[in-house]
Design a binder for this molecule. Structure first.
Ligand code: HPA
Length: 272
């Protein structure tokens, strides 16, 4: 487990790189990292240079923290994230969220590419996460609790903050953009699900399934931050269509929705 001293060292390192003080955190999912390219006065810090950050080699990610201005707000954007399926501990996966909190960030927008379980959704749709189901049995808070960071038994009744969700819905309406809303199930990966698992996940009440987001959202909630979750549905989940899934398709569809995604997030930033 990282300790508070390490969080402070990392925060101080980041502060030493720029005078800009971020107020919103962004975690950019597979194929969605290009949002960081629109950041003005960008200071880019490769994860490999950031003390106590794990090193990520996941395909489709640039792996840098980008700090700068996006639509009038100073943001700290993670271009590339650490995934549980890569073998990182959940403490490593979520450490950047602790650092965001230490930087003074109170709102974090967590994004991902995921599979559509709800058959009324389509590849290329964006979905506001209303709630999650943790199917992994893992939890980033397992271990000794540091009361300075948050409470031992956090309440998860409003992880995906209602107020932020209504801002996102309003922005999508203004932009005449269809924005789905639903429950995200966290699957450890790296295998995609089987058709039987997708039927189970649908029965359990999830609308989408993916391999990220939930650990970061739990730690942000533990730290008292507000979370907005946005999923890009890149494919119908396994077994819905008579075709195999592959990562290239995920990246391809995510980059096709880039303009829509960037427009939505920028609109939201203005309103937060
Ligand atoms: N399942 C899990 N994770 C995913 C999927 C999926 O179908 N698509 C993109 N990430």
């Amino acid at each position: 487990m990282h300790n508070i001293q390490e969080i402070i060292e990392t925060r101080d390192f980041i502060i030493s790189k720029t005078d800009q003080r971020p107020v919103i955190g962004l975690i950019l999912g597979s194929g969605l990292g290009s949002l960081a390219d629109d950041i003005q006065n960008a200071v880019k810090i490769p994860y490999s240079e950031i003390p106590h950050f794990a090193k990520s080699e996941a395909i489709g990610h640039a792996n840098e923290l980008v700090i700068g201005e996006l639509n009038g707000k100073i943001v700290a954007a993670m271009k590339g994230r650490f995934h549980y399926y890569e073998g990182f501990t959940l403490d490593e996966v979520t450490f950047p969220v602790r650092v965001m909190k230490a930087l003074g960030i109170e709102n974090v927008i967590i994004t991902n590419a995921c599979g559509a379980v709800n058959t009324s959704f389509n590849p290329g749709d964006l979905m506001l996460i209303s709630d999650h189901i943790n199917l992994t049995g893992a939890n980033p808070l397992i271990g000794p609790n540091n009361d300075e960071l948050g409470t031992r038994f956090p309440d998860l009744s409003d992880v995906y903050n209602k107020e932020l969700r209504s801002i996102a819905t309003k922005v999508a309406n203004e932009q005449n953009m269809q924005l789905q809303q639903g429950v995200y199930a966290w699957w450890s990966g790296p295998t995609y699900e089987t058709p039987a698992e997708i039927r189970m996940i649908r029965t359990l009440g999830a609308d989408a399934v993916g391999m990220s987001t939930v650990p970061e959202a739990i730690v942000a909630t533990h730290g008292g931050m507000k979370v907005l979750g946005i999923s890009c549905l890149t494919n119908m989940a396994c077994g819905i269509l008579d075709q195999p899934l592959n990562h290239d398709e995920v990246i391809e569809v995510a980059s096709q929705v880039k303009v829509k995604f960037v427009g939505l997030v920028k609109g939201i930033l203005k309103e937060i």
